[in-house]
Write a protein that binds this ligand. Sequence first.
Ligand SMILES: NC(=O)c1ccc[n+]([C@@H]2O[C@H](COP(=O)([O-])OP(=O)(O)OC[C@H]3O[C@@H](n4cnc5c(N)ncnc54)[C@H](O)[C@@H]3O)[C@@H](O)[C@H]2O)c1
Length: 445
Amino acid sequence: MGQRTGRVSAATPLDQLTRRLEQKTARVGVIGLGYVGLPLAVEFAKAGFQVTGLDVDAGRVANVNAARSYIPDIADGELARLIRGGRLRAADTLEGLDELDAIIICVPTPLRKTREPDISFILAAAHPIAASLRRGQLIVLESTTYPGTTDEVILPMLQADGLKAGRDFCLAFSPERIDPGNATYQTTTIPKVIGGVTPRCLAAASLLYGQVITRVVPVSSTKVAEMVKLLENTFRAVNIGLVNEIALMCDTLKLDVWEVIEAAASKPFGFMPFYPGPGIGGHCIPSDPMYLAWKARLHGFEARFIELADQTNRAMPRHVVEKLAAALNERRQALKGSRILLLGLAYKKDVNDLRDSPAFDVAHELVERGARLSYHDPHVPSAQLHGGVYRSVPLTAARLKQADGVVILTNHSGVDYGLVLRHAPLILDTRNQYRSVRSARLVKL
Ligand SMILES: NC(=O)c1ccc[n+]([C@@H]2O[C@H](COP(=O)([O-])OP(=O)(O)OC[C@H]3O[C@@H](n4cnc5c(N)ncnc54)[C@H](O)[C@@H]3O)[C@@H](O)[C@H]2O)c1
């Protein structure tokens, strides 16, 4: 304790940190090797830093160390090169944290069953950091969370033993904005928003990220940086909610919502197209706005747009099933007993991420109503649907003919949609895959 709080030249350890960051001799640790953490660890390693990836999932750690990537955007060869070169290694214990100069936290931030924030993963990562914190360390939280997490929760933990942010160590928040599967914008080319607890903290974090990311966007506080991320994802959730409502409206008015959006998008200013679908999924868009709504509620502010968008988006899977039931009814068929093939389970195109995918709600509702399910997803070999384990079936003419209906939930690339169109007796297309096709066997959302 005396050693950690005694009188030393306060600037020295942070000056040393600055030098190490500038010279890329700083040892970087990334806690949480998922969709966010692994690409980040790889970029720091590629830039020349020595990187340790830390994850409680021993399977993931073993895969990284064996250069077996489980994140589609990272190639095995890339991992192998970095591991062989001694730039990257993974470990499944959070020991030796004090040997690291910069520690970046990229752990999950899900919702509780009550739809309130669950920051227990952040706390689980922050406890060992606080226990071994030393002068000259930089800690950055990247997990998406409500405004105040860094300042009100993490900072007191790190300062509990007398060290002070901005004088002894640095603490910052920098939201991750990666879009898995996006070939145009990736970790290094997406501008990085950074807020520090103090100006010194901001400077250190900006220096770290400036070594690998083309543009850093400094903001005045960690709370602003936390709020930026929530604005971005709330913007998406609310606009998707709006367009889903427009889709339901168009359905009632017997209008093609896709045609309406496409024509509206011809306006060169003031309109940005969003598209309806079977619901929203992934780790971010369904959850992040709820973090904000929760924090606002604590301050007596009701986030009405967020709640409404959430309700609208969560009602979409049921709408899909209703639409399918109505289409079968037109053909004098009942949903009960029908063979329904789901095309695409992942929450979005060309990824293998199943978290919060609306496909599960659609499957649940279909099974509850007596449908007999199968699915095809080139990125998902097997999945648990409504309690049962299913395997992705090959997409063949015979299988398509056998089905009573095919529901396109995710329009992955590389699927033979022509084959589906030729052989399926009924297709419900929730993604406008068959944009210009008119067929009596085709029903659009
Ligand atoms: N997935 C995205 O597209 C995306 C985009 C932007 C921001 N984010 C945010 O980034 C954060 C991480 O998301 P993700 O998609 O990478 O999650 P993920 O589930 O893919 O990865 C998180 C990893 O953290 C590990 N972990 C959990 N607790 C740990 C602990 N105490 N110590 C060490 N490791 C631990 C898990 O085992 C897992 O491997 C979340 O806050 C998310 O909202 C995600």
